[in-house]
Design a protein around this ligand. Structure first.
Ligand SMILES: *Cc1c(COP(=O)(O)O)cnc(C)c1O
Length: 421
């Protein structure tokens, strides 16, 4: 960190008034040393850090930025609604319009509930499945992320065994492991929770296999349990419907968030008629869940989803990026794996158990104005252009060359070695 940089000063001040200096996935604790913790501005596909450095952003706020930061039409809809009423004693009629729009867009959905974070939506899915079945046990895939609530499979500090009771884990895309988990749950199975693809941190991504998704549907039907697809991260980035619609599999419940309003605070749980009674029975609410301005932004976002080729545009850019990176890594003689959907790539180097190469490459990219991530899936946004991809590929070529030359002198990656050991 440069002496006298704004970043350094903000970090020092944060360390005094914020535990650990920063918390959650936005902390740079597990990123290369030179990664900025603070950002001052964002527009389109670009970010500016606290020192004013401009970056092409392949994290897209960890998902929310779908169509470009500061999109004039979406932010305009938000601000117009803000001027007439946002947090009120009850919702605006926009809540009905938004529910109708989502029910029209998402095949399995007959109703919608709105909340703020993806975790709110997944938690409601959990409660509804238990209310519907009057059972407790839920099956998750090992390593899958569903939010930061104590029942979610994350870190253990502050979490009791009771918080994690009634959970069984299976391996993603492994039908036999899923069947074994269902057998273990026996007559207490309330739900199978699935991410639409394997988008776990630190490992190669994997698309869901049709056999696995269809078997999950069948097992839920056989057992009278509910199938939940957690589309909080991938929703609207792989399909204009629930992501598993591409496999012909319709869940009972799907959770949405992140890019639903292109960065404005709203998430949703969508469900089928089967789960309607249970959905009206649970107690779930929040002081800010009924804000009208994010709903106006969501309606505008959904209009762009249905009326433009935003998805095909991102996929075309994703192909250029993937083929361009593969060629440049090969030319540099580096084994470089790119996994996940075109619009949500993750990069890992071969022979890089402590991610020292990945960290070094990301640092080189950052120095050339491109923000990438060494172990979490990234995101493309529709505001990116062919020129952005060209600039990224130029930066990548130089960055591959730099780490190839320097690889023998790279230090062990202390930030990662304990975690990945
Ligand atoms: C981010 C995420 C969540 C949690 O969403 P928050 O808005 O952070 O609460 C849940 N599920 C998946 C798959 C996610 O990626």
């Amino acid at each position: 960190m440069r002496e006298g940089s704004q970043e350094k000063q903000w970090r020092e001040r944060a360390a005094v008034v914020m535990p650990g200096g920063m918390y959650g996935h936005q902390s740079t604790r597990l990123l290369p040393e030179d990664y900025p913790q603070f950002f001052s501005r964002a527009k389109g596909a670009r970010l500016w850090d606290a020192d004013g450095r401009e970056l092409i952003d392949f994290m897209c706020a960890y998902g929310p930025n779908l169509l470009g930061y500061g999109d004039p039409a979406i932010d305009g809809a938000f601000m117009s609604q803000l001027a007439v009423g946002d947090t009120m004693t009850g919702p605006s009629p926009l809540i009905v319009e938004l529910a109708e729009r989502l029910v029209g867009l998402v095949t399995h959905a007959n109703w919608a509930l709105f909340c703020k974070n993806g975790g709110d939506a997944t938690q409601m899915a959990l409660m509804i499945a238990r209310a519907h079945t009057k059972r407790s046990t839920v099956i998750f895939a090992k390593g899958a992320y569903h939010g930061a609530h104590p029942w979610c499979p994350t870190r253990s500090a502050g979490v009791t065994p009771g918080d994690k009771a009634h959970q069984i884990f299976c391996d993603y895309n492994d039908v036999a492991s899923l069947e074994a988990a269902v057998a273990q749950a026996g007559d207490d199975l309330a739900a199978i929770f699935a991410t639409p693809l394997k988008h776990d941190a630190f490992v190669d991504q994997a698309l869901a296999e049709g056999d696995y998704a269809r078997r999950a549907r069948e097992l839920c039907d056989d057992m009278g349990a509910l199938l939940v697809v957690d589309d909080v991260r991938a929703g609207l980035r792989v399909a204009r419907d629930c992501s598993w619609s591409k496999l012909g599999v319709e869940p009972d419940l799907s959770s949405w968030g992140k890019c639903l309003a292109n960065g404005h605070a709203i998430s949703a749980l969508l469900g089928s008629d089967k789960a309607r009674r249970a959905a009206s029975a649970i107690y779930a609410t929040g002081s800010f869940w009924f804000q009208a301005a994010p709903m106006a932004a969501a309606l505008e976002t959904l209009s762009r989803v249905t009326d433009t080729d935003y998805l095909e545009h991102m996929e075309r850019l994703g192909i250029s990026l993937r083929t361009g990176l593969a060629a440049r890594a090969r030319a540099a003689g580096l084994g470089f794996r790119q996994t996940g959907p075109l619009t949500m790539p993750l990069f890992l180097f071969e022979d890089d158990p402590d991610l020292r190469l990945g960290f070094a490459w990301c640092s080189q990219m950052l120095a050339r104005g491109v923000y990438t991530h060494p172990w979490h899936n990234m995101f493309l946004c529709a505001a990116m252009t062919a020129e952005d991809i060209e600039m990224t590929l130029d930066a990548a070529e130089d960055s591959f060359r730099a780490i190839k030359t320097g690889r023998r002198v790279l230090e062990p990656n202390a930030k990662m070695s304990f975690l990945l050991a």
